[in-house]
Ligand binder design. Structure first.
Ligand code: UT7
Length: 326
């Protein structure tokens, strides 16, 4: 059986930094509240010229360079995003064109904050079965374009960012050891954008009602997130016959530092084995885990042979976990 590993990683972050103090000027909030309730101090915001596909191509090039591969080596591009350049065509098509990746299979995946792990899981199936040799999986979000800067419950949480990983065959014993992904549509209205789709097409009325922006029931999501993350992480470890103590690094989706802390405690993983960049980057939905991954790889925090557990939770609701030996 072919094993799938990550051969290269890359990220692309907009330059503009938006601090909690900047947001204090827009909505009734404070640096103190945001820091204490979420752990976030600042986040990035894309310039009008930057799009999901342009940043994705940049992140993809960085990942391909690390892997020592060219865009034409790719057999598959999966772009996980809930903030595409436009409804049609897929952002993956635009990325493929921008990269010059020939005519390989390329599609978008909408699984919100869990999307990168959904992407890894799907690409793993392509590679394991020999349908693809090399795949580019991208987590890409420009959520600032979907944020209501009059809604303090959401605009302080989310940020922009993109990161990519190149997947390919690796030696037995390394690579993805176990993965599990889930969706529970019962909670679909906990985090959603009401208008702009077939249910409520764009109209003057939907724009005036600010219904093209993200709406979130944060409190309800919080409880489901902690429970789901704990359960799926424990199950993936069990599948691989690994105890929490054997993990070298736990990379949770950067939703809220309090969620990370609650899950860490329940799984009994020491603080020093948990990666967090939420204070600098905020919640970038599907880009959050691959951004962390790239930071860890490039800083030497991840070394060959390390066991990495990645777990995510997001709108849908979706959740999942992937265990990988580097
Ligand atoms: O990315 C994956 C999907 N997303 C999540 O998993 C998000 C999960 N949820 C959360 O992270 C948290 O629920 C939030 C950070 C969104 C909110 O924190 P919370 O501790 O659950 O706050 P809350 O919604 O219970 O609100 C507490 C109070 C309320 O005021 P009252 O009713 O007690 O007077 C809110 O109106 O805090 C108020 N509040 C704020 N105050 C200052 C809500 N947002 C803000 C704000 N600044 N930005």
């Amino acid at each position: 059986m072919i094993q799938t590993g990550i051969l290269g990683t890359g990220r692309a972050l907009p330059e503009k930094v938006v601090t909690n103090f900047d947001l204090e000027k827009l909505v009734d909030t404070s640096d103190k509240w945001i820091t204490e309730r979420t752990g976030i101090k600042e986040r990035r915001q894309a310039s009008p010229e930057e799009t999901t596909s342009t940043l994705s191509a940049q992140a993809g090039r960085n990942a391909l360079e690390m892997a020592g591969l060219s865009p034409l080596d790719l057999d598959l591009i999966i772009c996980s995003t809930i903030s595409p350049d436009m409804p049609l065509p897929s952002t993956a098509s635009l990325i493929q064109r921008e990269l010059g990746a020939g005519t390989c299979c390329a599609f978008d995946m909408a699984a919100a904050c869990s999307g990168f792990l959904f992407g890894l899981t799907v690409a793993d199936q392509f590679i394991k079965t020999g349908k693809a040799k090399y795949a580019l999986v991208i987590g890409a979000e420009l959520l600032s374009r979907y944020l209501d800067y009059q809604d303090r419950a959401t605009c302080v949480i989310f940020g922009d960012g993109v990161a990519a990983s190149v997947l390919g065959p690796v030696n037995t014993g390394a690579g993805i050891l176990a993965s599990e992904v889930h969706t529970n549509g019962t909670f679909a209205d906990h985090l959603f954008i009401p208008a702009g789709g077939t249910a409520r097409p764009a109209s003057c009325e939907t724009v005036q009602a600010r219904d093209h922006f993200i709406k979130m029931r944060g409190n309800e999501l919080f409880k489901v997130a902690v429970r789901s993350l704990e359960e799926v992480s424990a199950r993936v470890l069990e599948q691989a016959g690994i105890s929490p103590g054997e993990i070298d690094l736990f990379i949770p989706h950067q939703a809220n530092q309090r969620i990370t802390e609650a899950v860490r405690e329940r799984l009994n993983i020491p603080v020093e084995k948990v990666y967090s960049n939420i204070s600098r980057i905020g919640n970038t939905s599907s880009a959050s885990i691959p951004i962390c991954l790239d930071e860890c790889v490039r800083s030497g925090r991840i070394k060959k042979g390390d066991l990495i557990l990645m777990s995510a939770f997001g709108a849908g609701v979706t959740w999942g976990s992937v265990l990988i030996r580097w």
